[in-house]
Each structure stands twice: as structure tokens, then as C-alpha cells.
Design a protein around this ligand. Structure first.
Ligand code: PMV
Length: 340
């Protein structure tokens, strides 16, 4: 029997991942860029035990659904294949999030699972290999292997490429150094009490790619936003980064809204929170909004303004919880404690 525990922080994309080019390998159709957040943490313990008849999964203290277990088991099969082992595993995972659900738990979840499972299997992988592995669980998880600002490469094979890499090993994330890393905060406004989302990101992005007349335009936009965001990060230009992030989130949602039938994540309180962010900005506060596959609004701002932004969001009817996150660190093995 061998046990390892790992901890990973979720991340919020500033340039979104929305669409795959390969469902089996979970290869993204475009790159993305995110900020790993210290307030959204998953801790996962993996125990490989030759005596187990099948994999087991306990999520936040309760046995997982058959669907969740099947997805985790398929992911563990990748680790077993890499480590040439057959033992089944018991996985115990706990999210320390502002509220129960509706935030980016698949990112921290699969990053923590990848790190814990590889360590428990006695294998050693580089951070890049861990990112590639985590991507197989969830596209955004590839970014949660790293701390701070992170760039995910789509990894589309270059024609006549001579680097010897296959498609799978080109789609990885890596950290981006920026003078903004210490300065930024993300204020997370939970809307609707964190109820489970109506459309999972996996199905909704496939549906957008298959039916939205705006999907092509979305894919054409992403490389431009990525390039501009990288320039802003390198220059420490928060105004520029925030403007790109907000516009990119609206473009992602526009592509989803134009799918047939539409994928609509927003609730009335989402629009009210977005209006509050525009009002803050009009009054001179640096604040830019982003939204993912759910109704919640996350606001990029500075450490100095985060308190005022949080207060403004708390005053919005329908906002049920507000928390402030700073840049989080990379996923890592934890050497103390046990989850079960
Ligand atoms: O990695 P997934 O399947 O959870 O998809 C993430 C999708 C978004 O959160 C909407 C965007 C992103 O880049 O994180």
C-alpha cells in the first residue's frame, strides 16, 4: 500500500479555453491564460492498494457518483499505465472553496489528483509532464499544476515539425513571470449560493463548437488576446490585462449564447454584478470582470482596491458570498496529515 497527499489551487482564466480539437486526448482548440488562486484549494489523498476490487472515490466526505468515479478511474488508468502497475486506488478529495460548488473545482481537482497519484505510484514526472497528465482529466487542470499567471499552449502540430514531439506532448501549461503577480487580487462573487451548474463546461464547449455560428470567430480571436495579454503581463500593465480579460470573457459567452440551443450561464445577479464592476471602473477603481461556466463573477483588481470591490459586490442583490484571492502557488505533495 502506498499513500500520497497533494494540494492544488484552482485557477481562473483571463483568456479562456472554450473548445477542443481532440476529445479523447482533451487537446484544446486554442491556448489560454490564467491566474492560479490561493483561496480555492483542493487536497487529495491517493492510496494504491492491491487488495481493493475497484477504485473508490470520496468527494467532500461523501461517496462520489458513478459518473465521477468512472472519470477518476479512467484518469487513474493513465497513471497505472505510466507506472506499470495494476493496483486499484482509494481517492479522498476535499475542496476548500468559498462555497460548495460552481467554481473551478475540476482544475484544482485533477491537478491535485495527478500529483498525488503519480507520487503514490512511486513515479517521477517533470512539471510539464504533470501538466500534460492533468490536462487529460480537465483542460483547465493543466494550468493548476503551476502557480501565479500561467499560459496553456494549444500545441497544434507545426507542419514539418522536427522537434520530435507528438500532439499530446505539445499541449501543456507553463508559468509566466510578471510584475503583477504579487499585486493582483481576484474578488470572487458567488451568485445563487453556488448551486451546481446547469451545463457542464465539457458538454457546453462541444455543443458551442458544433452549433455556434460565432465559434470560428472565437477561435480566431484567442491568439490575438493571448499575445496582447502576454505583452501586458510582461509590462506589468494591469489596465491592459484587465481590459483583455473582460472582453475575452464576453466573447466566450457570446459564442456560447449563439449556440443552438443557447448555452446561458448568466442569472439576473450576474448582470447586476457586471454593472457594479462597470460603475466601479467609471469611478476610477481598477476592476475587470470575468465569468466561466456558471453565474459567478470574478473581478480582477489590485490588493489595495480588493476590499472596496468586495464591498461593492456584497451590496448586489443575489450575490450570496464574496471572497478575495491572491495568486496561489503550484500543485505540490503535502507531507503531513491524512484525509481518512
Ligand atoms: O477544463 P474544463 O473542462 O473545466 O473547462 C474550463 C472552461 C472555462 O472555465 C469556462 C474556461 C477556462 O479556461 O477555464
Amino acid at each position: 500500500m502506498s499513500t500520497s497527499i497533494a494540494r492544488a489551487c484552482a485557477n481562473i482564466a483571463l483568456v479562456k479555453y472554450w473548445g477542443k480539437r481532440d476529445a479523447r486526448l482533451n487537446l484544446p482548440a486554442a491556448g489560454s491564460l490564467s491566474l492560479t488562486l490561493d483561496a480555492l484549494v483542493t487536497t487529495t489523498q491517493v492510496t494504491f492498494d492491491a487488495g481493493l476490487a475497484g477504485d473508490e472515490l470520496v468527494l467532500d466526505g461523501a461517496p462520489a457518483t458513478p459518473g465521477e468515479l468512472a472519470r477518476t478511474s479512467a484518469f487513474l488508468d493513465l497513471v497505472r499505465a505510466a507506472a506499470r502497475m495494476t493496483a486499484r486506488a482509494r481517492v479522498v478529495s476535499r475542496n476548500e472553496f468559498p462555497t460548495a460548488s460552481g467554481l473551478a473545482s475540476s482544475a484544482s481537482g485533477y491537478a491535485a489528483l495527478a500529483v498525488a497519484a503519480v507520487a503514490a505510484a512511486g513515479a517521477t514526472l517533470s512539471a510539464r509532464q504533470l501538466s500534460i497528465l492533468a490536462r487529460r482529466g480537465s483542460g483547465s487542470a493543466a494550468r493548476s499544476v503551476f502557480g501565479g499567471f500561467v499560459r496553456m499552449h494549444a500545441g497544434a502540430p507545426a507542419r514539418n515539425s522536427e522537434d520530435g514531439l507528438d500532439d499530446d506532448s505539445r499541449a501543456f501549461a507553463e508559468p509566466l513571470a510578471s510584475p503583477l503577480t504579487e499585486r493582483v487580487r481576484m474578488v470572487i462573487a458567488v451568485i445563487g449560493g453556488g448551486a451546481p451548474k446547469a451545463h457542464g463546461s465539457r458538454d457546453a464547449m462541444d455543443h458551442t463548437a458544433a452549433t455556434s455560428p460565432l465559434y470560428r470567430a472565437w477561435l480566431d480571436l484567442v491568439p490575438h488576446d493571448l499575445a496582447a495579454a502576454e505583452v501586458a503581463l510582461a509590462a506589468g500593465d494591469l489596465e491592459q490585462l484587465g481590459a483583455i480579460a473582460e472582453a475575452n470573457a464576453f466573447a466566450m459567452h457570446a459564442s456560447a449564447l449563439a449556440a443552438r440551443p443557447a448555452v446561458v450561464y448568466w442569472q439576473p445577479a450576474t448582470l447586476a454584478a457586471l454593472a457594479a464592476v462597470r460603475a466601479l471602473r467609471a469611478a476610477g477603481t481598477p476592476a475587470w470582470a470575468t465569468m466561466d461556466a456558471g453565474p459567478h463573477v470574478k473581478v480582477l483588481t489590485t490588493a489595495g482596491h480588493a476590499g472596496a470591490v468586495a464591498a461593492a459586490l456584497r451590496a448586489v442583490a443575489g450575490v450570496t458570498d464574496v471572497s478575495i484571492a491572491a495568486a496561489g502557488g503550484p500543485a505540490a505533495v503535502v507531507h503531513e496529515g491524512r484525509l481518512s
